[in-house]
Design a protein around this ligand. Structure first.
Ligand code: 13P
Ligand code: SF4
Length: 297
């Protein structure tokens, strides 16, 4: 099936993008695997006619915001993001009306409608730089409270928090990390900024998924405890066969990231069904926020 997919993708002039949390067999057929920032850059630059996005809905939406003339396909329409669902445009409008005027920084893990109300977007790879780029010392950062607290701790700026979070990362507790550290005393603990602040305090390094891949390749350490969705263990182990990676908790699995199968990818290339398209009225302001992020970083 992998060969069939590659052949059909060539005929359709399609590129297959996969997030680092996708199942191994999906990562193996992708033209590019990456974190949210790398995938949005690629979606903006590719000359393919079709983008098959193996990830979750907001990622396909971001690709469509950046490449409105391309057909962006999400092989499973029900692959959503629980954090992105924790904020709506209506609630954000009400919050903006409540606060004095200030920039709104929105994590890409959000809907196009929410991006459209925002000053600038960020990802876990560039949140600190995005916050530092803004002239203002006060801002609202949505929807991830953990990412917002992390950005505040790194920049010293006053950041108003939206009470959203990623359940997969929120599940990780200090006891889990302590248990893993006791079992693997020589391992370095790497954590994603979607984890709780008390977890980040225990981390030797904090990074996006691709940041973790770069860090593990460069590091002199041989063992790592990985504080993010467990799908990342596959590319970590594949790129570093001489090193060992342990999940910080077996529970760190995002069900939405595991929905897409090879037959879903094949079906979507055959039928060209599953298009994700953003209405122009929403796309234009959302594009400004995404482009501003891509231009500054
Ligand atoms: P990054 O790969 O950008 O670090 O994103 C993590 C994530 O939770 C995506 O859903
Ligand atoms: Fe959303 Fe968390 Fe799943 Fe990423 S891992 S898609 S932030 S629920």
């Amino acid at each position: 099936m992998q060969q069939e997919i590659k052949k059909l993708a060539g005929q359709r002039k399609a590129i297959i993008l996969a997030h680092n949390y996708q199942p191994p067999q999906i990562q193996d057929i992708a033209d590019l695997c990456g974190d949210s920032l790398e995938l949005s850059r690629k979606a903006a630059q590719t000359d393919a006619e079709v983008i098959v996005f193996c990830g979750v809905h907001f990622m396909a939406e971001t690709a469509s915001i950046l490449s409105p003339d391309k057909k962006v396909l999400l092989p499973r329409q029900d692959a959503g993001c629980l954090m992105a669902d924790m904020i709506t445009a209506e609630c954000l409008k009400a919050k903006i009306d409540d606060l004095p005027p200030m920039p709104v920084v929105t994590y890409v893990n959000s809907t196009a409608e929410v991006k459209a109300l925002s000053t600038i977007c960020c990802t876990s790879a560039n949140v600190v730089q995005v916050v530092n780029t803004l002239d203002s010392n006060e801002m609202l950062l949505t929807p991830d409270r953990n990412l917002a607290m992390y950005a505040a701790s790194q920049t010293g700026k006053k950041i108003h928090i939206w009470d959203g979070y990623c359940p997969t990362h929120e599940w990780l507790k200090p006891e889990d990390v302590q248990k893993a550290k006791a079992a693997h005393p020589n391992a370095i603990f790497i954590a994603h900024p979607e984890c709780r602040p008390e977890i980040l305090q225990l981390a030797d390094s904090i990074a996006s998924t691709s940041g973790m891949l770069r860090m593990a390749a460069k590091s002199d350490a041989d063992e790592f405890i990985v504080g993010t969705e467990n799908g990342l263990l596959y590319p970590l182990q594949k790129a570093n066969p001489g090193k060992t990676f342990y999940p910080a908790s077996e529970k760190m699995i995002c069900k939405n990231m595991k929905k897409i199968s090879l037959s879903d990818v094949l079906h979507c290339l055959e039928s060209l069904e599953g298009e994700v398209k953003v209405d122009e009225k929403i796309r234009r302001p959302a594009l400004k926020a995404v482009e501003r992020m891509l231009e500054t970083i």
